[in-house]
Design a binder for this molecule. Structure first.
Ligand SMILES: NC(=O)C1=CN([C@@H]2O[C@H](COP(=O)(O)OP(=O)(O)OC[C@H]3O[C@@H](n4cnc5c(N)ncnc54)[C@H](OP(=O)(O)O)[C@@H]3O)[C@@H](O)[C@H]2O)C=CC1
Ligand SMILES: O=CCCC(=O)O
Length: 363
């Protein structure tokens, strides 16, 4: 890390501390445990030079006392997100054991030095801390609590970190199974997509056992740029769903704007440029806008997962009688896109749901 980068990161930390202080005085009713804050002041990766394999041969429970980098790490679920996350752990020198339902996705990681086990249970037995990055609540529960699931291999002193995006009830269900074995549980869904996962720039929204959070922190710092500890299990899921609810509506609204600009004779690429310079700029618009204009949707965040998150966010809103008409409307649009066969395309393909072909499928 250059001196300039260090100064910059320190300065941005100072700014966020100031913002936090302002938040505290403006929102005194927010309980302390819900005041999310980045725990690590500096991006840790450039400072990370430790070789960790030297510590990785300890046996099961005793080794959980070791810090995260020296732990034996399991990784379950090697899709778009899980693969690069596990890869970054391997590249950082960690001792990683992988499992994926479709075994072939393990092969590139095995080539990089990962070990392989043939079930989540075996991974959990052989590791100190096991991460899971699964598609949805159903798969997260199956992998954690099903036959030969991770919980059946957990015991006191081990940890299970679920980084999948699920709802709070699912996180609590998994937490219950994990804690019943004597192991610790942390939910840690992530903000950031394929590229941030590859670059180790994810944002972790964690909740659950604080001791596991502290133990796993160096591992989260290998995979991410910041982490928030939000208190009790369920708060991580809720925060993630609120963030993705906003994102899903933003993308739906952006899609309407792109198509409207084109229809009234404007150049949508000029719209993208104008948006990117103004108060509503967001990296999402400038990175995805140009390909959306060409009707190309290379998958970073699958549309089916965005619709899942909107569905779960609507459930969360329902649970507290919060009106969310924008999210409800956006959800309908993603459902149309799914029915139109776009589930596995990037979520920016929701724009197709506004085009004549999907609006009037009979024509
Ligand atoms: N992509 C993104 O930008 C982001 C995604 N997320 C969230 O992260 C999670 C993973 O996303 P992503 O990697 O994109 O998704 P993918 O669809 O690429 O990967 C899903 C993973 O879940 C596994 N899986 C699905 N069903 C089952 C099952 N029944 N039993 C066992 N394993 C199963 C898949 O295994 P198999 O290979 O065999 O199909 C695969 O490993 C989701 O919850 C998503 O919402 C969060 C932030 C960003
Ligand atoms: O859950 C997916 C989030 C994608 C992103 O944060 O860019």
């Amino acid at each position: 890390m250059t001196a300039l980068a260090l100064v910059k990161s320190h300065y941005s930390h100072q700014l966020s501390s100031t913002a936090m202080a302002m938040c505290s005085s403006f929102c005194p009713q927010i309980p302390n445990q819900l005041r999310a804050r980045p725990i690590c002041p500096f991006p840790p990766k450039p400072l990370f030079t430790l070789s960790v394999n030297a510590f990785s041969s300890q046996t099961s429970n005793a080794s959980a006392k070791a810090d995260g980098l020296s732990a034996r790490i399991g990784f379950l679920g090697l899709g778009i997100m899980g693969s690069p996350m596990a890869q970054n752990l391997i590249k950082a020198g960690c001792d990683v054991t992988v499992w994926n339902r479709t075994k072939s996705k393990c092969d590139p990681l095995i080539s990089l030095g990962a070990k392989y086990k043939s079930s989540p249970q075996e991974v959990a037995v052989s590791c100190d801390v096991t991460f899971a990055m699964l598609a949805d609540p159903e798969s997260a529960v199956e992998v954690a609590c099903g036959k030969h699931g991770a919980a059946s291999g957990l015991s006191s002193g081990k940890g299970y970190v679920d980084v999948s995006t699920v709802d709070g009830a699912t996180a609590k269900l998994i937490s219950g199974h994990v804690r019943a074995t004597g192991a610790s549980f942390l939910e840690a869904p992530v903000s950031g997509s394929k590229k941030p996962a590859e670059d180790g720039q994810l944002i972790f929204l964690t909740a659950g056992d604080k001791s596991l959070y502290e133990m796993a922190a160096p591992l989260l710092d290998v995979m991410g740029k910041s982490r928030f500890y939000l208190g009790d299990v369920g708060n991580g899921a809720a925060m993630k769903l609120v963030v993705n609810m906003i994102m899903g509506s933003m993308m739906a609204s952006f899609s309407e704007g792109l198509l409207l600009s084109e229809k009234v004779g404007l150049d949508p690429s000029v719209l993208v440029e104008i948006v990117s310079q103004g108060a509503i700029s967001a990296p999402m618009y400038s990175t995805k806008g140009p390909s959306m204009i060409q009707s190309l949707y290379p998958t970073a965040f699958p549309l089916k997962h965005q619709q899942k998150d909107l569905r779960l966010a609507l459930g969360l809103a329902e649970s507290v009688s919060q009106p969310t008409p924008m999210a409800a409307a956006a959800n309908e649009l993603y459902k149309v896109a799914k029915s139109g066969g776009l589930s596995d395309q990037d979520f920016s393909a929701v724009i197709e749901a506004l085009k004549a072909k999907l609006q009037n499928p009979a024509k």
